[in-house]
Design a protein around this ligand. Structure first.
Ligand code: PLP
Length: 485
């Protein structure tokens, strides 16, 4: 690195992960993005965990509530107050609205105290903020595999915290077992690594599954015995669209004795409300000291007061939120069912799932070699020939090759159909006595109804804009520290 010495270690340590080969996929998408009329042969983006199924509901609410914005004739009388507001406690109505929404997103079974809500720039910032509060450089957090690729950056890049994988596999549907936790912990201790905690995503990204109550209880017992922290990233809480229902760590805490001060929740409106551009991230800690120091640290990533003001109205509209959550689940369930049934017709199975904006698709039988190299080869075919940008399991540090995460909620019905047609043709070709035949050109579809959003600069998962190479959530190579363990 030419800049070493001139710039800081963080600026030059390459832990952002942008130099990964996985970027080839995003480059392929960027070079040739699918458009129903202008580029029907293009690459379909299925690497984006966005929830675009309910924008119409929010747009309708905005039309009926123009006073919620300071940029309308009805709301401008509050412009000066809001434009001036910069208190890191946040607008009281905003915190109340978020606490209320968090409760509703968990079926109303738990309540949240607005005084414990800290703001950050998305869950990205919230995850980093909690690390800054709990760990020092070189300390470690355990994280069950497969895990959200950007954890490497969010939890570790600037904080110096390292990740210790807890290996889970398909033999028990990627369950987090006590044995796997103990093994990872023991190995870290043997290497003189100071383990400060365990971080989980529940519902899981990339699995699309939720943790059952017993597993959650066993995790709480584990962290209590070791006296380490438990961070629960619950940003997909309200995407749980079918049974078994989602169980929050907050519910489990009501049912068992535990050291509450070791437990922290990460939340965001990016997935449950489909508002990643609003950059609303939340740390909810049961630890008074973390609330106090985290609040001071939140100065570095406050949610704009304009956004707080708008959301205070939206989130405290009880009827709207109830309706939104119900319809959102229904639409996600429908999309999930349509997609997975479509895959089943060509014998492609996904891990049974009940939540999230994606499926964990098993393509093991299509691997020419059952290795991660084989997985990469298949992935390149899927991108370059099938023209779908999906995410390979290795980018989630999955311990076995052949799994791919496929997002299904960032596009409209017709585009999903095109994607399914392509997968079916591909799987058919691959199973047809293994002979490679030219994939037939994708038939153009009736496009009048199609509506796809193309943001010029999307700061979300697995996308980079042509000019920026900017992709905070892109899959990343395993960090050297992870590999070393
Ligand atoms: C598990 C998990 N945590 C955090 C994030 C980051 O979310 P945000 O857009 O709120 O920063 C994501 C986004 O994909 C995620 O999947």
């Amino acid at each position: 690195m030419g800049h070493q010495g001139l710039l800081s270690k963080i600026a030059t340590n390459d832990k952002h992960g942008e130099n990964s080969p996985y970027f080839d996929g995003w480059k392929a998408y960027d070079r040739n993005p699918f458009h129903p009329t202008k580029n029907p042969q293009g690459v379909i983006q299925m690497g984006l965990a966005e929830n675009q199924l309910c924008f119409d509901l929010i747009e309708e609410w905005i039309r009926n509530n123009s006073k919620a914005s300071i940029c309308t004739p009805e709301g401008v009388h509050l412009f000066r107050d809001i434009a001036n507001f910069q208190d890191y406690h946040g607008l009281p109505q905003f915190r109340k609205g978020v606490a209320n929404f968090m409760s509703k997103a968990r079926g109303g079974r738990v309540k949240y105290d607005p005084e414990r809500i800290l703001m950050s720039g998305g869950a990205t910032g919230a995850n980093e903020l909690i690390m800054f509060c709990l760990a020092d450089p070189a300390d470690a957090f355990m994280v069950p595999t497969p895990y959200y690729p950007a954890f490497v950056r969010d939890l570790g890049w600037r904080t110096g915290v390292q990740l210790i994988p807890v290996h889970c596999d398909s033999s028990n549907n990627f369950k987090i077992t006590r044995e796997a936790l103990e093994e990872a912990y023991r190995e870290a201790k043997q290497n003189n690594i100071n383990v400060k905690g365990l971080i989980i995503t529940n519902p899981s990204n990339p699995l699309g599954t939720t943790l059952d109550k017993e597993t959650l209880k066993s995790l709480v017992r584990f962290i209590n015995e070791k006296n380490i922290h438990l961070v629960c990233d619950e940003i997909y809480a309200a995407t749980a669209f079918t049974t078994p229902r989602f169980v929050s760590i907050s519910e489990v805490m009501l049912e068992m004795e535990c050291k509450k001060e070791l437990i922290h929740i990460i939340y965001s409106l990016s997935k449950d409300m489909g508002l990643p551009g609003f950059r609303v991230g939340i740390v909810y800690s049961y630890n008074d000291d973390v609330v106090s120091c985290g609040r001071k640290m939140s100065s570095f990533g406050l949610v704009s007061s304009q956004t707080q003001h708008f959301l205070a109205s939206l989130l405290s509209d009880e009827d709207f939120i109830d309706r939104y959550l119900e319809i959102s689940k229904r639409r996600l369930a429908k999309r999930h069912s349509f997609f997975t049934k479509g895959l089943e017709t060509v014998n492609i199975a996904c891990l049974p799932s009940n939540s999230g904006l994606f499926c964990w698709m098993n393509l093991r039988r299509l691997l020419k070699e059952k290795t991660f190299e084989g997985e990469m080869k298949l992935w390149r075919v899927i991108i370059n020939e099938v023209k779908l940008n999906v995410s390979p399991g290795s980018s989630f540090n999955c311990s076995e090759p052949g799994w791919f995460r496929v997002c299904f909620a960032n596009m409209d019905d017709e585009t999903v159909e095109v994607a399914l047609k392509r997968i079916r043709a591909f799987a058919g070709r691959e199973t047809n006595n293994g002979k490679r035949v030219e994939l037939k050109r994708w038939k153009s579809i009736n496009t009048n109804k199609l509506r796809l959003s193309f943001n010029s600069r999307r700061f979300d998962e697995n996308v980079m804009s042509p000019h920026h190479m900017m992709s905070p959530h892109s899959p990343m190579p395993h960090s050297p520290l992870v590999r070393a363990t």
